[in-house]
Design a protein around this ligand. Structure first.
Ligand code: GDP
Length: 196
């Protein structure tokens, strides 16, 4: 993917603040600290477009970025800040749930999982929820691939696939925001639905 332009469009806290649903969108979701902001910045070749280390517990916003004036990347709030176990519904809230279930232009949901750790209970719950809505348009991207040896990739992917109950054909990618590993493969997978 050649990124010609990447611009912050708007932050929404309520549905009426969403931009018009007139372009394909890909949403990025993951637990806080999984490396979501870093990956977004790397995918867009921008150093600080998505802000890293957001304050825990802050207002949940959906951040929309316009890419190449063609499609949008949508940054969902990180889940699982508090160690207290919350329901999926209270983690996401009605605005996010509404976005995920009602947005007709949402063509991909990329869920991020840290390659080093087994998916958390909440990761598994989010994955099941997203799989039930999006099927193969729910994509897993594991982050921080540079933190483990390449020889361990296949085994970790297999463990994640098993933990998340992903079928053998369900898309799963390895990425590293630090090294750039896997970013192009991820773009190649998603671009067909984003760029006509
Ligand atoms: P977010 O809360 O999901 O947006 O996560 P951040 O992007 O703020 O990253 C959380 C921490 O993980 C930061 O200290 C990052 O520097 C680190 N990090 C993110 N991506 C990578 C990566 O690909 N490799 C390594 N080694 N560290 C990463």
């Amino acid at each position: 993917m050649i990124i010609k332009s990447a611009e912050f469009l708007t932050s929404a806290v309520t549905k009426d603040q969403f931009p018009d649903a007139d372009r394909p969108e890909m949403a990025m979701v993951g637990r806080s600290n999984v490396g979501k902001s870093s990956l977004i910045n790397r995918m867009l070749n921008r150093r600080r477009l998505a802000r890293t280390s957001a304050t825990p517990g802050k207002t949940q916003t959906l951040n929309f970025y316009d890419i190449n004036q063609t499609f949008r990347l949508v940054d969902l709030p990180g889940y699982g800040y508090a160690n207290v176990r919350k329901s999926l519904r209270s983690e996401f809230g009605p605005m996010i749930e509404g976005y995920l279930t009602d947005r007709e232009t949402l063509v991909w949901v990329i869920q991020l999982i840290d390659i080093r750790h087994p998916p958390s209970a909440l990761d598994r719950e989010v994955s099941a929820y997203l799989q039930s809505i999006f099927y193969e348009r729910h994509v897993i991207a594991t982050t921080k691939a540079d933190k483990i040896a390449r020889g361990a990739y296949a085994r970790q992917l297999q463990l994640i696939r098993k933990d998340l109950h992903l079928e053998a054909t369900h898309p799963i990618f390895l990425t590293s925001a630090d090294s750039g590993y896997g970013i192009e493969a991820l773009w190649e997978h998603v671009e067909g639905r984003l760029v006509k």
